[in-house]
Structure formats: structure tokens, C-alpha cells
Write a protein that binds this ligand. Structure first.
Ligand code: ADP
Ligand code: MG
Length: 171
């Protein structure tokens, strides 16, 4: 899995701070997609059960304008969210690969094409695919803090595209 090219680390003391970080991240992605409507970003979400991967994905997808629910794709493996920015349509595909029994199950399910469509893929439990997924632009690592509602969140850029997202967040 490539090298980290830049990273942002935030200590979120409560869920509202995670929400705020996810919204900043959403704004940076929106900025990229506005400039480059055909862009596709691959984003992994790593961390133990309960670390907050789905919670972060939820605030991110809602931060991009989705008004309905964002439920965990634990059983479906992947949930699509059609999004729109200034009349440009794109899609967020939210994966949870935890239940995969074979590393290539995602390909057999026909999900391969989702990695090319304008928008982004968010992947929980990429480890279950054992390196069979396309390269990630951004890797997000979440871990528990000392208190119940504390989480440490690291956003690592793994490509030039990922780096441009982090640069937009730091402005
Ligand atoms: P995962 O997808 O990593 O298994 P979830 O997002 O489903 O984890 O669950 C995380 C749980 O932790 C949720 O119930 C959420 O409300 C709670 N939580 C408490 N504090 C935070 C925080 N700072 N950031 C994210 N989630 C938090
Ligand atoms: Mg989850």
C-alpha cells in the first residue's frame, strides 16, 4: 500500500468534533469535484469495531448534501449515495467489507466499476480484501482515546490527489 505523502491528525473529544472534521473533509472533496468533475477518490477507513468509521462516513456523506440516512453497509457490502454539486452528479459508494469470506468477493459482486465513476469510494475493513482493491488516495485511521467519546483521527494522503485534498483542508 503506497507511502504516506502528507497527514492531518486530530484528537476529537466528542462526536461533534468528529462531525466537524468530516465536514471539513467533505468541503475539500467538494472543492476538488467542482474543479475536476470526473475525479474519483479512493478512501479507506481503518480502525477497530466501534472506532467510528461508519460515523465518520455518515457525517462525510451528509456533509456532501445527502439528506437521508447513512446506515452501515454491513450486510449489503456496499451502499450507493447519488450526490449533486452545482448540477454535477457523482456518487459516493460506502463499503463495509467486514463480512467478506473471500478477498475477491467485492469483485464477484460487480463492485469493480464503482472505482472509476466520478465521486468517491469509502471502504471500511479494506484488510478483508487483502490488497486486491485499487490503490487508495487517502487512508483514514481512527482509534479510541482515554475517554468514551474520544477518538484520534488521522487522515493520510497516499497520492497526489489525496495530497491536494489535505492541502485544501489546511487552508
Ligand atoms: P465502526 O464503523 O468503526 O465500527 P461506528 O461508527 O459504527 O464504528 O460506531 C462508533 C460509535 O461511537 C457510535 O455509536 C458513535 O456515536 C460513538 N462515538 C462516540 N464518540 C465518538 C467520536 N468522537 N467520534 C465518532 N464516534 C463516536
Ligand atoms: Mg462500521
Amino acid at each position: 500500500m503506497g507511502k504516506t505523502q502528507a497527514s492531518i491528525e486530530r484528537y476529537c473529544r466528542q462526536e461533534a468534533e468528529t462531525a466537524s472534521l468530516a465536514k471539513d473533509f467533505a468541503a475539500a472533496i467538494s472543492q476538488l469535484l467542482n474543479k475536476t468533475p470526473n475525479a474519483h477518490l479512493n478512501i479507506s477507513l481503518k480502525g477497530d469495531l466501534g472506532a467510528g468509521k461508519t460515523t465518520f462516513a455518515r457525517y462525510l456523506i451528509q456533509g456532501m448534501g445527502h439528506e437521508g440516512k447513512v446506515k452501515s453497509p454491513t450486510y449489503t457490502l456496499c451502499e450507493p449515495y447519488p450526490l449533486q454539486l452545482n448540477k454535477i452528479a457523482f456518487t459516493a459508494h460506502h463499503f463495509d467489507l467486514y463480512r467478506m469470506k473471500d478477498p475477491l468477493e467485492w469483485q464477484e459482486a460487480g463492485f469493480g466499476e464503482y472505482f472509476d465513476v466520478p465521486g468517491f469510494c469509502l471502504i471500511e475493513w479494506p484488510e478483508k480484501a487483502e490488497g486486491t482493491l485499487p490503490a487508495f488516495d487517502i487512508q483514514i485511521a481512527l482509534s479510541a482515546g482515554a475517554q468514551d467519546d474520544e477518538r484520534n483521527i488521522q487522515i493520510n494522503a497516499m497520492s497526489a490527489l489525496g495530497q491536494s485534498i489535505l492541502a485544501a483542508m489546511n487552508k
